[in-house]
Ligand binder design. Structure first.
Ligand SMILES: *[C@@H]1O[C@H](CO)[C@@H](O)[C@H](O)[C@H]1NC(C)=O
Ligand SMILES: *[C@@H]1O[C@H](CO)[C@@H](O)[C@H](O)[C@H]1NC(C)=O
Ligand SMILES: *[C@@H]1O[C@H](CO)[C@@H](O)[C@H](O)[C@H]1NC(C)=O
Ligand SMILES: *[C@@H]1O[C@H](CO)[C@@H](O)[C@H](O)[C@H]1NC(C)=O
Ligand SMILES: *[C@@H]1O[C@H](CO)[C@@H](O)[C@H](O)[C@H]1NC(C)=O
Length: 490
C-alpha cells in the first residue's frame, strides 16, 4: 500500500514539484483572473485595476490561500450551542453544555502534572482541557475566524468555508425514526447555499465543511429505517462539496483529519516542553488497551484484544465502560498511555478512534489491525511510511486470528522502538489543534495541515474544471479505497 503513490501524496511530499505547480497555476490563474476581472468589474480604468491586482498578488503571501466564510443563519451553528442542553454525547444522557466552553475546547484542566513517573513538571495553564471529540467543528470554526488570510470578497477566495455544525445538528436526529426529520436540516443547508452567488462559481466544488462526527453518519444510502444516519452527503449539492471529518469514507470528497485531543498549546514552547516530558517518561507497561468491552461483539476484534490484554502481565487494560473508569477525564487516559510503550488500536464501532491521537500525544506507539483505522485516513497528518511510527498486525479473519501480540511486540528490537517513539513524538504538533486564539510559530498544527490539504484539493478541482476534465477525477485514489475498505486486499 505504501508503494502505491498517488498524485496527492507525490505533490504533498515533493515541495519543489508542488511549488513549481503552484507557480505555473498561479501565472496561468493571474492571466485568467485579470481577464475575468476586466470583464466583470466595470471600473472606469480597467488597466489600472489589472495593474494593481497584479502587484498585490505578486507580493501577497495569502495568494491562493484566501478563504471566505459564509455568514450562515444562526440555526446552522450558534443556535445549537445556545441550546446545548438538547445535545447529548451519544447514548448517555450527559449534555454538551460544559464542552462548548472555551471556544469548544471544554473545561480547563488546571494545575495538573499528569503524574510523570520521574518528574513533577506542572503543565502550563491554558493548555489542557476536557475536550469532547464532537466539538471539532466548533474548534475548527473558531480557529478559522482567526485565520490570517480571510477575505470578505468571495471572488478572491480560493475556498469557501461553510461553518455549519453538522455533526452536532445531526446528533439530535440520528436516533429519530422519522427519516424526513433526520434529513431536514441537511436539506435546508444546501437550499440556503445554492441560492448564494458563491455557489454558481464552481457549483459548490470550492466549498468545504467540517464535522466532528464520522462521515458515515451522513451517508445513509437508502430511505430505510434499517440504515444509519442522514443522507446529507448524498444530496447532489453536498456531493459537490468537500467534508473534513474525524473519519473519512470511501467517497472521494470526504477527508479525514485528526480527532481533537485534550492538549491545545498556545505557543511553541508548550509543545517543546510536552515533547520533552514524554520523551523521558518511564514506561512500566509494554502495551495497553483503553476501551469498553462490547458483550454483543464477543468475537469482534475488540473482544479478542481485550482477552489478549487481560491475559498478559505486561498489558494494562483500562475498561472505559460507563461507571468503571472515567475515560472522559483526559488525565486518566494520558496517565495510562504515558506509562505504556505501545497501545492497541483495533477498529471499534467504526474504523477510527480518538484514542489513536491520545496515544500519539503521550508518545505511545500505536498498533493497528486494519488499514482503515489510520493509514488510509489521515494522509495529510500522518507519515506515508507507516512502519516509521506504528506497528501493523493485519487481521483478515477475526475468527481464525491467533497472533500472540505480546510476542510480536517483545520481538521488536529496542533501537527500533526508540526510533518509532521519536517519530511519534515528532507527530505531536501535527495532530493537536492549537488554542484557537493563537497560531504556533514553528509548527504546523492539525488545523494548518488540514487547511493546506483542502486548499490543494480544491485547487486541483479548479484546474480540472478549467481544463474541462471531470472535476471529481484526479483528487481521489480509488485503488487505495478498494484496497482498504473492502477488507480484501490488505
Ligand atoms: C495556574 O493558575 C492558577 C490560578 O488559577 C495558579 O495558582 C497556578 O500557579 C497556575 N499554574 C501554573 C503552572 O502557572
Ligand atoms: C469582514 O466584514 C466584517 C463585518 O463588516 C468585519 O468585521 C471583518 O473584519 C471583515 N473581515 C475581513 C477579513 O476583512
Ligand atoms: C415525519 O415528519 C414529517 C415532518 O414533521 C411529517 O410530515 C411526517 O408525517 C412524518 N412521517 C411519519 C411517518 O410519521
Ligand atoms: C455539481 O457540479 C457540477 C459541475 O462539476 C454541476 O454540473 C452540477 O450542476 C453541480 N450540482 C449542483 C447540485 O449544483
Ligand atoms: C519506512 O521506514 C522504515 C523504518 O524507518 C524503513 O526501514 C523503510 O526503508 C522505509 N520504507 C520506505 C519505502 O521508505
Amino acid at each position: 500500500m505504501d508503494e502505491k503513490p498517488t498524485m496527492i501524496i507525490r505533490s504533498h511530499n515533493n515541495n519543489h514539484q508542488l511549488w513549481f505547480a503552484i507557480l505555473i497555476s498561479f501565472l496561468f490563474c493571474t492571466l485568467l483572473i485579470c481577464f475575468d476581472y476586466s470583464k466583470t468589474f466595470h471600473t472606469p480604468n480597467n488597466n489600472l485595476l489589472t495593474f494593481s491586482l497584479n502587484k498585490q498578488q505578486n507580493t501577497d503571501s495569502c495568494t491562493n490561500r484566501y478563504v471566505y466564510i459564509h455568514n450562515l443563519p444562526s440555526r446552522f451553528n450558534h443556535f445549537l450551542l445556545q441550546n446545548c442542553h438538547f445535545l447529548t454525547r451519544g447514548t448517555d444522557k450527559t449534555n454538551m453544555c460544559p464542552y462548548i466552553n472555551n471556544m469548544g475546547l471544554g473545561p480547563e484542566i488546571k494545575n495538573h502534572n499528569f503524574e510523570g513517573k520521574n518528574d513533577n513538571v506542572l503543565v502550563p495553564n491554558n493548555t489542557w482541557y476536557a475536550t469532547n471529540q464532537f466539538l471539532l467543528e466548533v474548534i475548527f470554526h473558531n480557529r478559522m475566524k482567526n485565520y490570517e488570510c480571510l477575505t470578505n470578497d468571495s471572488s478572491l477566495a480560493s475556498a469557501i468555508f461553510v461553518p455549519s455544525y453538522i455533526g452536532l445538528d445531526v446528533s439530535r436526529f440520528l436516533w429519530v425514526s422519522n427519516l424526513t426529520v433526520r434529513d431536514s436540516s441537511g436539506f435546508e443547508l444546501v437550499k440556503w447555499l445554492v441560492e448564494k452567488p458563491e455557489w454558481k462559481r464552481m457549483f459548490g466544488r470550492d466549498h468545504f465543511i467540517v464535522s466532528g462526527r464520522i462521515s458515515w453518519d451522513f451517508r445513509r444510502q437508502f430511505d430505510d429505517l434499517a440504515y444509519w444516519g442522514s443522507k446529507f452527503r448524498f444530496l447532489p449539492e453536498s456531493m459537490n462539496m468537500s467534508m473534513l471529518a474525524v473519519e473519512g469514507s470511501s467517497w472521494k470528497n470526504d477527508y479525514a483529519i485528526p480527532y481533537p485531543t485534550s492538549f491545545h498549546p498556545s505557543m511553541d514552547n508548550d509543545v517543546y516542553q510536552w515533547q520533552n516530558k514524554i520523551r523521558h517518561q518511564k514506561r512500566e507497561f509494554l502495551f495497553t488497551f483503553t476501551g469498553a468491552p462490547r458483550p454483543e461483539l464477543e468475537d469482534s476484534m475488540r473482544g479478542k484484544i481485550i482477552q489478549h490484554c487481560r491475559g498478559s502481565s505486561v498489558c494494562k487494560f483500562i475498561d472505559c465502560s460507563y461507571g468503571v473508569e472515567n475515560c472522559d477525564n483526559p488525565v486518566n487516559v494520558m496517565k495510562v498511555f504515558e506509562n505504556s510503550v505501545f497501545s492497541l488500536q483495533p477498529p471499534g464501532d467504526s474504523y477510527t478512534r480518538r484514542s489513536i491521537f491520545d496515544s500519539i500525544l503521550a508518545g505511545c506507539i500505536p498498533v493497528f489491525f486494519h488499514p482503515g483505522t489510520a493509514y488510509s485516513q489521515y494522509r495529510w497528518h500522518l507519515p506515508k511510511n507507516r512502519t516509521k511510527y506504528s506497528v501493523y498486525i493485519p487481521v483478515k479473519d477475526v475468527k481464525k486470528w491467533n497472533v500472540d501480540i505480546e510476542k510480536v511486540l517483545l520481538g521488536i528490537p529496542e533501537n527500533e522502538v526508540i526510533a518509532m517513539r521519536e517519530e511519534v513524538i515528532k507527530l505531536v504538533p501535527k495532530i493537536v489543534y492549537a488554542d484557537p486564539n493563537t497560531k504556533l510559530d514553528k509548527f504546523e498544527d492539525a488545523f494548518d495541515l488540514a487547511l493546506k490539504g483542502i486548499l490543494e484539493r480544491i485547487e486541483n478541482v479548479r484546474e480540472a474544471m478549467r481544463e474541462g476534465r471531470d472535476p471529481s477525477v484526479g483528487f481521489a485514489d480509488e485503488d487505495h479505497y478498494k484496497y482498504t475498505f473492502s477488507g480484501e486486499k490488505y
